[in-house]
Design a protein around this ligand. Structure first.
Ligand code: J7C
Length: 431
């Protein structure tokens, strides 16, 4: 980022304005003339002094702010949720086929219904974002609830109606084609079940053919919480009941070799000047659907963030932060971190065993696989070295289905007594 001094020397016409902007990320001032702010803050910009630095005001304080961290107010963004593209992606069978083909995922939900079938008798259940309705059909066929509200906003709901009739569940299951937030229901529900998880737990990455194969993002968990607050009875059950994000320091030799070392000797030619371009193109964003080999884990994984779905609030989702401290368990190359999630389903029976869906490298593979965060450069590590730091999931204040993930880490070699300087890397998902 441009330093202040360079800004004053650049030959640019400053632009006097008075306009409100939203901060996309936190910014900590590094000089008295700069103004710190947090993601989501509103700043009044008085002068665009140069391309990179503007003179702004927040709560009566004035200072220079980096323009890259700011975005015009949300009114200028026609559809912060991109709902039309999002729900159209679920209107075809492609994504539903992928989810239904994921045996560990779908079988876990079936097991939850089977193991709670007695307690479900006479209960009212909502299946939020039911898709083709498979969980609702499990409820209708494997248990005796009083009613199941199968809620689905996309056009796949038309097929869901047929599936409910075909599987003789229409006496119990009612399909509502609606955004769940807009629902009017006859009663509150005893159980809110949903399969809302995405890569890195919160954000599912969809390739939207409707949008010319561009990437779209989910962020369904906010809908789940809003519907919980509106329609779940006091003492009602959330399935999943809790969810956790796990992290592990790992090797990724194949990725590093194929995307970075590849350029060093290409048919006897030196293409290494492209490595910075390759680093930006291939390693600046997370790699989704990475199949992490358990042997590439350099330490035991740890749960860095845990969400209690009964108490989590929408405002908690703006920024989630978890700390970690790993001891390297075997010598190798630290290329980065891998992340995945687990969800837990509490039993409706007092003292009943919870069920777990674990999408990590030691469990049966799911369609989510794992997510790989590559450092800019590999770090040789020895057994006994220590990697400590934090991971922060920051929602985008403008694009409400987007977020960024920042990983900060320090190293302490096994024979050292102090940690290295802090390193940090921000991975946007997607703006
Ligand atoms: N990561 C996932 N499992 N995504 C499943 C998403 C399914 O829920 C549907 N869905 C997502 N959000 C909502 C919502 N607020 N209301 C109704 N259906 C929804 C979506 O159309 C798709 O069929």
């Amino acid at each position: 980022m441009l330093e202040m001094s360079e800004c004053e020397n650049t030959q640019t016409d400053s632009n006097i304005i008075t306009e409100e902007f939203i901060a996309l990320e936190d910014f900590s001032a590094t000089g008295a003339e700069q103004l710190s702010f947090s993601a989501g803050d509103t700043l009044l910009v008085h002068e665009q002094v140069c391309a990179d630095w503007w003179w702004a005001e927040r709560s009566g304080c004035f200072g220079y702010v980096p323009s890259a961290f700011l975005h015009r107010r949300v009114e200028d963004v026609e559809d912060a949720w991109q709902d039309e593209e999002y729900f159209s992606s679920y209107g075809t069978l492609k994504l539903h086929l992928e989810m239904l083909s994921d045996r560990p995922r779908t079988e876990t939900y079936r097991q939850v219904i089977v193991s709670n079938c007695a307690a479900l008798r006479g209960k009212v259940v909502m299946d939020l974002g039911c898709g083709t309705g498979v969980i609702s059909l499990f409820c209708g066929r494997l248990a005796q609830p009083a009613a199941v509200y199968a809620v689905e906003a996309s056009s796949v709901a038309e097929h869901t109606e047929k599936l409910v009739k075909l599987n003789r569940c229409d006496d119990v299951v009612t399909v509502f084609r609606s955004r769940a937030e807009d629902l009017m229901l006859p009663s509150k529900v005893d159980v809110l079940v949903s399969e809302w998880m995405g890569n890195c737990l919160l954000v599912d990455v969809l390739v939207s053919e409707w949008m010319g194969n561009c990437l779209l993002f989910e962020f369904m968990v906010e809908s789940v919480l809003r519907v919980r607050d509106r329609w779940l009875k006091d003492g009602g059950m959330m399935w999943p009941s809790s969810a956790s994000l796990s992290l592990v320091p790992c090797q990724a030799h194949a990725d590093y070799s194929q995307k970075m070392e590849f350029w060093e000797n290409l048919y006897g030619l030196d293409f290494s000047c492209l490595q910075p371009v390759a680093r930006e193109e291939f390693f600046s964003k997370p790699k989704f659907s990475h199949q992490l080999d358990p042997d590439d884990c350099l330490s035991s994984p740890c749960d860095v963030i845990t969400l209690d779905m009964h108490t989590l609030s929408v405002s908690d989702l703006e920024k989630l932060r978890g700390e970690f401290r790993f001891t390297i368990e075997r010598a190798g190359t630290l290329h980065g971190f891998a992340a995945w999630f687990s969800t837990f389903f509490r039993s409706l029976d007092e003292g009943g065993q919870p069920l777990e869906l674990n999408t990590g490298p030691h469990a049966e593979s799911t369609h989510w696989k794992q997510t790989l965060f590559m450092f800019d450069g590999p770090i040789g590590v020895e057994e006994g070295d220590c990697v400590g730091g934090a991971i922060t999931l920051q929602r985008n204040p403008i694009w409400r289905r987007h977020m960024s993930i920042t990983i900060e880490w320090r190293m302490k070699r096994r024979n050292d007594t102090t940690f290295s300087e802090k390193s940090s890397k921000r991975f946007p998902m997607w703006r």
